[in-house]
Write a protein that binds this ligand. Structure first.
Ligand code: GLY
Length: 393
């Protein structure tokens, strides 16, 4: 393990080496900040190591989340360039694929809901096209014969989060970001300012600015004064990985999703033959057990949507924890504790929001100015004195 020099000091200390922390560190180093350090016992893992990697600002949109939509669209627009730059910097492909997404309805109630969603998309000027069941099946012949209609969203794409994480680790190392494989045991606060962290190795690292990017563990960092961050709740998602044998390809051409029995279900087909099926949404604390019930429900619902999935080899089951803020939107930028910057709470959109989060947070770290796009997501919206202000109205 890397050891820090006694009295080590960083310009920027990033606590958490998941997709958000690594991307922020990489961009901060590119902005010319020297001595950027990431601390994480297992960098390049976290929720993104489990996620399917749908880049879906439109099809993940919930009513009333227009500010989040703007952020998601801004990140989606940056993705192609972000992925290309990362590949150039790391030598690793990220699996970014401009495939579009088809959201389908399995019965007449679903169809009515999807129609309403389509009207909502049209009011917002989003690129979303209504299809009959027959038209949806023409695009995706493996869909169940009973599919009643669908929405084709041409700009909701995908990336492979595991490859992206690997690329980020390499890009950080090449940009001279120090990745220190240990935990942050305690935030150090002096005279009302965050000044660094005591690490699991008992070393102390002081820093000009500390970025908290520890997902659902962010608010639990020892030493963090009360009220600086709201609780970031862990929302478990169980997910399956199947393999499409060569003889069955192309099985699906694009991301396919539906709401089945009230649960979001999606199938994300990769060019290398992996098919990811996700995901449950469970609020049960920090447990990441894969359960028979979770796997059963995902396979049952996926079989209803695309009956052929049960013929495919099941390769992996896993579970991760989405970091959910109280309004399900991220916390980006300076907190009420001087020296402490938040990049957390991305809930269902961490992979999608990675490029824009990294750009906005690095901009703040380099200039001290909060970019306009980040303002609705100020962590101070949850400050006890201002708890009536909401990012997502
Ligand atoms: N973004 C998909 C999920 O959180 O399950």
């Amino acid at each position: 393990m890397t050891r820090l020099a006694p009295g080590a000091h960083a310009d920027v200390l990033v606590i958490g080496g998941g997709i958000i922390g690594l991307a922020v560190a990489w961009r901060a180093a590119q902005r010319g900040l020297k001595n950027v350090v990431v601390v994480d016992p297992s960098p390049g893992h976290g929720a993104a190591g489990v996620a399917a990697g749908m880049l879906a600002p439109v099809t993940e949109l919930q009513y009333g989340e227009e500010p989040l939509l703007r952020l998601g669209m801004a990140s989606n627009e940056r993705y192609a360039a972000f992925a290309a730059e990362l590949t150039e910097a790391s030598g690793e492909d990220t699996g970014y694929r401009r495939c579009g997404t088809l959201a389908v309805a399995l019965d007449s109630d679903d169809r009515a809901e999807l129609r309403e969603l389509h009207a909502f998309h049209e009011r917002l000027g989003l690129d979303s096209t209504w299809l009959t069941g027959r038209e949806a099946r023409k695009l995706e012949p493996m869909l169940a014969p009973g599919v009643r209609g669908g929405l084709h969203v041409a700009d909701d794409h995908q990336v492979d989060p595991r490859r992206l994480l690997k690329a980020l680790v390499f890009a950080c190392e090449r940009a001279r970001v120090l990745i220190h494989r240990t935990e942050a045991a305690e935030l150090l606060v002096q005279d009302g300012r965050a000044i660094g962290a005591r690490l699991g190795t008992r070393e102390t690292l002081t820093a000009d600015q500390v970025v908290l990017a520890a997902g659902p563990h962010s608010h639990r960092l020892p030493g963090l004064p009360e009220g600086v961050l709201p609780a970031i709740r862990p929302v478990k998602g169980q997910i399956l990985r199947l393999r499409v044998p060569d003889a069955y390809r192309p099985f699906l051409n694009r991301n396919v999703r539906a709401v089945v029995r009230g649960q979001h279900l999606y199938l994300v087909p990769r060019e290398n033959g992996e098919l990811v099926i996700g995901a449950t949404t469970e609020e049960q604390g920090y447990d990441t057990t894969v359960t028979a019930g979770g796997v059963y429900e995902l396979l049952r619902d996926a079989h209803e949507l695309v009956p052929g999935v049960t013929e495919l080899p099941l390769v992996e089951t896993s579970a991760g924890l989405r970091p959910g803020s109280p309004d399900n939107a991220p916390l980006l930028g300076p907190t009420d504790l001087p020296g402490l910057v938040a990049a957390t709470g991305h809930y269902r959109n961490g992979v999608l929001l990675t490029p824009v989060t990294a750009d906005l947070v690095a901009e703040y770290l380099a200039t001290g100015e909060v970019p306009e796009l980040a303002r609705p997501f100020a962590p101070s919206r949850f400050s006890p004195a201002r708890s009536t202000t909401k990012a997502v109205a």
